[in-house]
Structures are given as structure tokens and as C-alpha cells.
Design a protein around this ligand. Structure first.
Ligand code: PMP
Length: 437
């Protein structure tokens, strides 16, 4: 194939995208007059402008131009049952006529808190927040109050929301290399209030923890009198009782979010009674953590309905289907003759344009950003809606036929990428430095 032909292919991808998304382009132009960069969430941005979504039904999305996509992003893993899930709609419709927010405790908070404590072993008490970010902020305050220390250890490529100490770094933040037990243990000393860890690096490329790694980290931070905080905001969807009991962890605090809100804004911190009681308003000098919408009653109703439907069998079906899809995507890449591998944690996958599956954050970063964004646009053209960075995840709304459409979409998109790469059209695009969440 000649270079001229491949350049035409590249133009095809962009011009096809522009031609199909005139309504999104128009929206973007207008939105830039009112919202910085036309958006209100960094993660939803990509070039030349993002598709503007209008509706979601089960596993299908419709954009403002009427294009249909199979949703394999599910609002970044939170919509584990897809869009407009029947039991969630019913629960919310039943709750709406009796009020949406109260300056008082409510029965639905009690009910959802009981569900979470019964379901997740490390969660003895719960505090609700409005996002995973707020949950991480509160957990950090609890850790600092409990230990009288300020420093926090987290991992390169780790993500715990837009929490200043945990996203921008700073004098009290220590970055350790995920999956390197020796260097991590060396970074944890008696000045450390807490280690914040995910069961797998989510935003950092869906990199599973090496066996024993997190247990070693937990043991080390306990030995120096600090807390082990496990961020299960993404991973709760992967195991019926959370990932922590399945890999032998007993975190002091657990961060929760996403699926526990059934598609509505949510976050929560759970943990041991003695630590969580530091937030009790009944306690003199308790940590103050008010939030106008903490424990919102509509969120509680939606979250309960979503969790009830996510039982052991639903989770094992999701995880098994994710493995099948991972295999299909890897073999599609190999058939197209391009490097491609898939890492997986439960029903969350990441496609890497690499020959071998990376086992560290750093190893996942070497692919030029241009290749990753070209694959993303190619997938949108094939009617598949993953994260721009290459992450995808399953919902219970995806049936076999839709999953076959996803696998087929990847096969076609890989062939487009093969044509771009072999002609050199994407070379020199620079390393991937995209903000990833
Ligand atoms: N922790 C993890 C592991 C996450 O993936 C996220 C969000 N992607 C957060 C925390 C922050 O949650 P939120 O976006 O609800 O603030």
C-alpha cells in the first residue's frame, strides 16, 4: 500500500467523523461560549470535538446527529446495567413524588447504608458523599485525624478523583511504583498517614495488581502505624463483596462510588467503626463533613435498585463475557497485523496498542497518543463507544448480538489503524500524555 493511499485513509477517518457529526460540531462551537473548552469534565474532551450524546437506552447511545453506538464506556464504569435500567427507573419514579432532598436523616439512607455494610466486609460504617472525589477527600481527613500525620503515599498512574493532594501532588504526597513491592515498602515510613491504592490501576491502564503486592503494602503501612485505604470506586462492580475479601485484604477504609448510585451522583467512605466514628457529629470534636446532598434520597433509591440487580451470577456473567471479548479483540488485532493486547480486571478492559500486555503503568505509556486517538475515532465510526484512552467495560444490558457488534467493530477499526500505521501517517505523533481518568 502506498503512502499516498494511507494518507487518504487518514483523511477518510477525520472527514468521515466531521461529516457524521455536524450537530456535535455546532454544539461545540456554541458551548465554547459558555463552558471553558465547551465542556465541564476534562475527561469528556477529545479532538477534533466530542460527539454530543442525546439519549441512552440499555446498551445503545444516540448522538445529536442520530448516530447509534454500542456503549462500552457506561459513564466510566458507573452504569453497570446500562442506560434507563427498568428497576432504577421504577425506584426513582416511586421516590420522586415524595420529595428529593431533606435536611434530615431519611429511611432510604439507613436502608442503603445497611446494604453496603452487609455486602462489603471492610465496611462497618458508611458516610455518603456526592462523588468518589469527595469520598477520597474525607478518607484523607480521617487518616490525618486518626494518625496525627500528613503524608500520603499513592501510586504513579493511580487515580482517586480531583483531590488536590492526590491529583496535583505536593509536599505531603509520595508517589510509589505500582507492582513494585520493594520500592513501595521503602517509601512507607512512620511519617505516613495512609497509603491510597486501587485493586488495579484503573485510569492508569487497567493494570492488575501482582499477586501479594497489595497485601505486602497493607502489612507495611500497618507496621508503621498508618492506614491502608483501598479505592474500590471502580472495582465494586467486579466482585459481589468487593475485591478486598477476594484477594485477602482488610483495608482500614474503603472508597466507594459509581455503581452504588445507580447512575446518580454518589460517593461513600466505609470502614472500621473506630475510624468512621471520627466523623460522628455526636462526638465532641468530630470531623465536620456536611454536604447539602450527602445521602440524597433519589440516589439512595437508584443505588439500592442497581445493587440488588447486581448479584453474584450477574457479576460472574459480566466477567466471563469480558474475558471472551478480550480474547476476540486480541485476535482481531493479530489478524489485522497490528500490535494489540488487552488487560482486564473483572468486567473492565483496556486495549493497548502493544504486542504484550503491560504489567506496569510505565509500560502502558509508550504508545504514541496519535495511534490511540485514531483507534478511538475509528471505533466511533464503527458504532462502538469506548473511552478515548482505550478503556472499555461491560454492562448487563449488552447481549450476545451487541457484544458481537463490538468485537466486529474492533476488527474493522484495527484494519483502519493498520492502514494508517503502515503508511507512516501516525508516526511522530508523540507519546501518550493524555489526561486519563
Ligand atoms: N477513584 C477511582 C478509582 C476512580 O476511578 C474515580 C473516577 N473515575 C474516582 C475515584 C473519582 O470518582 P468521581 O469521579 O465520582 O469523583
Amino acid at each position: 500500500m502506498s503512502a499516498a493511499m494511507t494518507e487518504n485513509h487518514r483523511m477518510d477517518v477525520i472527514s468521515e467523523y466531521l461529516a457524521r457529526t455536524a450537530g456535535s460540531a455546532d454544539y461545540h462551537e456554541q458551548a465554547c461560549r459558555y463552558l471553558p473548552g465547551g465542556e465541564t469534565r476534562s475527561i469528556t474532551h477529545y479532538e477534533p470535538y466530542p460527539v454530543v450524546l442525546a439519549e441512552g437506552h440499555g446498551a445503545l447511545l444516540l448522538d445529536v446527529d442520530g448516530n447509534e453506538y454500542v456503549d462500552v464506556l457506561n459513564n466510566y464504569t458507573s452504569l453497570v446495567h446500562g442506560h434507563a435500567f427498568g428497576p432504577v427507573i421504577e425506584a426513582v419514579q416511586a421516590a420522586l413524588p415524595t420529595g428529593t432532598a431533606f435536611p434530615a436523616p431519611h429511611l432510604r439512607q439507613l436502608s442503603h447504608a445497611r446494604t453496603l455494610t452487609e455486602r462489603y466486609p471492610a465496611v462497618e460504617r458508611v458516610r455518603f458523599t456526592n462523588s468518589g472525589t469527595e469520598a477520597a477527600m474525607l478518607a484523607l481527613r480521617i487518616a490525618r485525624a486518626a494518625t496525627g500525620r500528613r503524608r500520603v503515599v499513592m501510586f504513579s498512574g493511580g487515580y482517586h478523583g480531583s483531590v488536590p493532594d492526590l491529583i496535583d501532588g505536593g509536599p505531603d504526597t509520595i508517589l510509589a511504583p505500582y507492582n513494585d513491592a520493594e520500592l513501595t515498602a521503602a517509601a512507607i515510613d512512620s511519617s505516613v498517614a495512609a497509603v491510597f491504592a486501587e485493586p488495579f490501576l484503573g485510569s492508569g491502564g487497567v493494570i492488575p495488581a501482582a499477586p501479594e503486592f497489595l497485601r505486602v503494602v497493607q502489612e507495611r503501612v500497618r507496621a508503621v502505624g498508618g492506614l491502608f485505604v483501598l479505592d474500590e470506586v471502580q472495582s465494586l462492580r467486579n466482585a459481589p463483596h468487593g475485591v478486598h475479601p477476594s484477594i485477602g485484604l482488610e483495608p482500614d477504609l474503603v472508597l466507594m462510588g459509581k455503581i452504588i448510585g445507580g447512575g446518580f451522583p454518589v460517593g461513600a467512605v466505609g470502614g472500621r467503626v473506630s475510624l468512621m466514628d471520627l466523623t460522628s457529629a455526636a462526638r465532641p470534636g468530630g470531623l465536620s463533613c456536611s454536604g447539602t446532598f450527602n445521602g440524597n434520597v433519589i440516589t439512595m433509591a437508584a443505588g439500592s435498585a442497581a445493587l440488588t440487580a447486581l448479584d453474584e451470577s450477574a457479576i460472574s456473567t459480566l466477567n466471563a463475557r469480558a474475558q471472551v471479548l478480550a480474547d476476540q479483540i486480541e485476535s482481531a488485532a493479530s489478524q489485522a497485523g497490528i500490535p494489540g493486547s488487552v488487560t482486564r480486571a473483572g468486567s473492565i478492559l483496556q486495549v493497548h496498542l502493544l504486542d504484550t500486555r503491560p504489567s506496569t503503568f510505565e509500560a502502558a505509556q509508550v504508545v504514541p497518543a496519535g495511534w490511540i486517538s485514531a483507534l478511538h475515532l475509528a471505533l466511533l465510526l464503527e458504532g462502538v463507544y469506548p473511552a478515548p484512552r482505550g478503556m472499555l467495560n461491560l454492562s448487563t444490558a449488552l447481549d450476545d448480538a451487541l457484544l458481537a457488534r463490538v468485537a466486529d467493530g474492533y476488527a474493522r477499526a484495527f484494519r483502519r489503524i493498520r492502514d494508517l500505521v503502515s503508511g507512516g501517517a501516525l508516526l511522530g505523533s508523540g507519546a501518550s500524555g493524555d489526561e486519563t481518568r
